[in-house]
Write a protein that binds this ligand. Structure first.
Ligand code: GLV
Length: 308
């Protein structure tokens, strides 16, 4: 039996992936798309924006393990409906996301670009900071919940908007249209951690920001397509929002000639907020494979028909 790594852009990681499988006691052959292998031998597919489409040639796949937490990249892959799919989740992913969000909020509040510029000119540029206490986290899945808890620890007033109510200490749980409206009205920061589905596509747009009363800074660490990129600069111009901290785009990478690059109140990072730790993904893939072969559900199962 063998493993297929079908990950767009995985070339540089392949050796590490093979080494990790071996180190963790799995000696099955590890193939990549384009290798000469027998598809009938594949029992585990490690996937990130997979290219393969003729899955009918893979009758023995027990599990598709997503390399990332999001699974929107798997929706068009055409997997047979009865295949088991799992997403990646783990403490390292949560920690990295928490660190990114907290760091960027602090950087924003201290206006770090201004201070870097001042340092480069050996200028003592004391300023009052750009404070703000109210954060609305959109999406209270594993990552959203960790972020909300960490922000509470940092002294923020945190609300979280999710499909079903959540009980998280010191976090106001909001649901539905009414809940969203209430959260938007008082948010200084709006952090998107929603999965990309047909319902969340384009959700963050001018219409939504028009409901905000405090000119919030928008942070997108979910998926690029959840945010209407073309609405950003007009919304900044008319003062609907105060800034944008963007880690995800649609498409990626962000086009060289995008005006977003040059706007002083838009900060851009290259989808780096929370990178999957390869060893953690492989450890989970092996555990999930064993669970599925033993007739159990994998950890972090995904129902692709529900889009997350
Ligand atoms: C990254 O974007 C992920 O889905 O984990």
């Amino acid at each position: 039996m063998a493993i297929l790594v079908d990950m767009t852009g995985s070339e540089s990681r392949l050796d590490a992936i093979k080494t990790d499988f071996k180190r963790l006691g799995v000696n099955d052959p590890v193939w990549v798309v384009g290798d000469d292998f027998d598809p009938a031998t594949i029992r585990l597919v490690l996937a990130w924006k997979p290219q393969t489409r003729d899955w009918a040639a893979f009758p023995n796949v027990h599990l598709v393990q997503s390399w990332g937490a999001g699974v929107d990249h798997l929706l068009d892959a055409g997997f047979p409906a009865d295949w088991t799919v799992a997403r990646f989740m783990g403490q390292s992913l949560k920690d990295r996301m928490v660190r990114y969000v907290c760091a960027q909020l602090s950087n924003w509040q201290l206006d770090m670009p201004r201070l870097y510029a001042a340092q480069s000119e050996q200028r003592w540029d004391w300023h009052d900071g750009r404070w703000g206490d109210n954060v609305l986290v959109l999406g209270l899945g594993e990552l959203g919940q960790s972020v909300a808890e960490a922000l509470v620890q940092q002294g923020y007033q945190v609300s979280g908007w999710s499909q079903s109510p959540k009980t998280i200490e010191s976090v106001v749980s909001l649901t539905g249209k009414q809940g969203l409206r209430a959260g938007l009205a008082k948010a200084d920061y709006l952090i998107n951690l929603l999965p990309l589905t047909s319902e969340t596509r384009g959700l963050l747009d001018s219409q939504l920001w028009a409901r905000c009363e405090r000119k919030p800074v928008i942070m997108n660490v979910g998926r690029g397509a959840s945010l209407a990129e073309d609405d950003l600069i007009p919304a900044l111009d008319v003062g609907l929002i105060g800034g944008a901290i963007l880690d995800v785009f649609d498409p990626e990478p962000l086009a060289d000639d995008s005006p977003l690059w040059r706007h002083p109140d838009i900060w851009i990072t290259p989808h780096i907020a929370s990178i999957s730790d390869p060893s953690d993904v492989i450890r989970l893939a092996i555990e999930n494979q064993q669970r599925v072969e033993a007739g159990q559900q994998p950890r972090y199962p995904v129902d692709l028909s529900r889009e997350y």
